[in-house]
Ligand binder design. Sequence first.
Ligand code: ZN
Length: 397
Amino acid sequence: MTSGTKIAATVGLVLGLALAGWWFTDGTAPVIADNELSSLPGSFVVGDLRVAIPVTDDRTGVGSVTATIDGEAVDFSDQGLTLGPSLGEGPHVLEAVARDRRGNESRRSWSFITDNVAPTFRPARSSLRGAQGRTLLLFVETSEPVPALTAQFVGTSNLMESTGPLRWRLHLGISAELEPGLKTLTLSAQDEAGNAAVGSVDVVIEETAFPRGGMINLSPAQIEARKNRPGVEEAARRRREAFGTEIDPSITWTGPFEMPVQDAIMTSPFGKVRDYSDGGVSRHLGTDYAAPRGTPVAAPDGGVVVLAEEMSIYGLVIILKHGAGLASSYNHLSEMLVEPGDVVERGDIIGKVGSTGQSTGPHLHWGMHVGGFAVAAEQWIEPGWGTPREDDFGAAP
Ligand SMILES: [Zn+2]
């Protein structure tokens, strides 16, 4: 053996040992890199999505790569694999297992949700019927979670309030003057994957047979006050402003309201058309309860006092805002025990029954306003108010 050959053999042996050492000491597993699923917003797969399974190994090289979806082996090529609607709606897991030539193993999994179906809406049957001067409680169930649900009805568009998984609620004030007949309710939402849906359904608005009658005899001072049109209009404007029209779905209310006066007798229902001794005719936009002067008046639900002052016609008036487009008013009081800005809880005494303003005897005029429309307050104290019947949800429109 020449020295040259010897050197070559030695170099070869050293190199071989080094390579073998490198081979046998490869303790580094392959790297499975990020793919299209790694940065997918909300992990929603809509339609077909091509995903790669990028594996590298800087030592002995990639030996094998296998993949499963929900535990079932799947075939894929160098271009990866396609995730699509055939997987079925809902959550899935893609798992990849990579081995290098030495047998070192890496695993990586990606969770994703296939969503190719838009939500559908099932309104409660009782929601599809309302009446003039009443509150229409709209209850809707959605087929899948949605971040927001919008209801359009008679020129208003409101976000519904989420009351539980897949459940939504909205109170709509129906003006006493709204033309009865079929109206369209349109619901719209987008699921979290971006699948949008719009559904329309007919709502019947019935005519309310508002009673008429009962001549109200006014005193000379009351007749004078009614003649002061700017004063009357200013009071009406300030009241409208206090009631507001915004329905804020982030503020919630629970169950039926409480009666603000105890042992009282309803003497004039909401909407009654009344004649006045000065020849005037007007609709009564509240409910009257006769009670002795000084009877405590309680807040029927929590809220904020937005107005507490003496007004033309209405006498001493308190207006409470309960949030979510609900406001209530208490007229003709003898005493006011709260001030604007006060926060009241259900049952707190806010004032006392009286006969101030245009009133013919001690009584509480209780007004309820929903989204700016005056509606019957007596509806809000009905047992079960605010909760849908479980058997009330119909088919999707
Ligand atoms: Zn009244």
